[in-house]
Design a protein around this ligand. Sequence first.
Ligand SMILES: [Zn+2]
Length: 423
Amino acid sequence: MLLYKGGQIANEDTPKLEKADVLVDEKGRISRVGANLKAAGKAEIIDCTACVLMPAMFDVHVHAREPGQEYKENIATCSEAAINGGVTGIVLMPNTNPAIDSGSLVRAVMDRARQSSRIPIWQTGCVTKGRAGEELAGIAGMADAGVPMLTDDGDPVPCPNLLKRAMDYANDFGLPIASHCEVKELSAHGSMNEGSVSYGLGLHGVPAISEEICLDRDIRIAQYTGGHVHIQHVTSARGMLTIRRAKEDGIRVTCEVSPHHLIFNEEDIGDYDTNYKMNPPLRTAEDNEALLQGLIDGVFDVIATDHAPHSEFEKSNDFGNAPYGITGLETAVLSLYNRFIQRGRFGWDILVKRYSAEPRRLLGLDTVPIQEGCPAEFIVVDLEGETTFSKEWMRSKSSNTPFIDQTIAGKIRSVVKGVDCLK
Ligand SMILES: [Zn+2]
């Protein structure tokens, strides 16, 4: 038995922390939560003074780059990166090489995941064959193989009729369609938000309407078909407003926001730093504030990182030619803590609800609260510690993050899952 003593517990129902000890039995279940627990028998005592214990995170938007681009990341390194950041379940996007567009490919990745990952992994499937946007992928076969959702992430489904048919079909299997919203004719080959900053930097811009128009279209198709659409990585205040109204109208729409779209904006690109290049791009400071409010108000169902590893060689390209995307699994919890919780912008409940509980609910899984009778699946964050996001510290193969080499407050000391201490 393990007795976590002297810590404070975070849960999704209150911004306040509750001071309590946690006893985990030999079956990996939480047998007691309460003040001044005594270690009966030979329990090992873990001193958690100055620590917060919170349910482990779950990320519904991750690129593990396997198969096909293992020089950037693979399932093993991706899952270790997740653990390092306090995440104990991940959902992989299908834009690999080959793209995951059939039941047999889904099974192949899941087999691989079982061999090489210490945490459970879900593989999503493509909406269209080869993500080419031309004909529907083998949806029935992928549903049978256990995909939790379908997506052509990285690209939108360009043809509305194809999306309509996909949503009808996916609905028969109870699967949401996750939409990467972008009108290609508007975003073209833009590398950042379109506006005075892109003009000043001399870079091609992507206007927010590229995202907003597609988002509006996809939500209307969901309304028409009765399907469930999940809007990925929302970046714009107006797009968020559309989602808010759609939810009020009872349309089956859920959505996610990434830590980087909450924390950073176009001004941070500065001297053409490619660690601020992603798709969709960072928007404005006003969008940051609006998205933050949307997270607090509950417009956003989940926080998801869109962990997108790239090699140093690729990211050392000039801004216009560097690939889109940044890593996120290892920095999300601590950066959100530093930026928002520590500064009093929101409480611990938001982090637990939006990055642990709701992502699991989106997949129909049980949540992992720190409560008596529940399986132990939590992280111990030492608030007096600090973390330097160095390459040596990271477990991902890639380190394309704006946080590289920064030192911030807090340290994820342990990641507990059942009887195992993963970190
Ligand atoms: Zn995307």
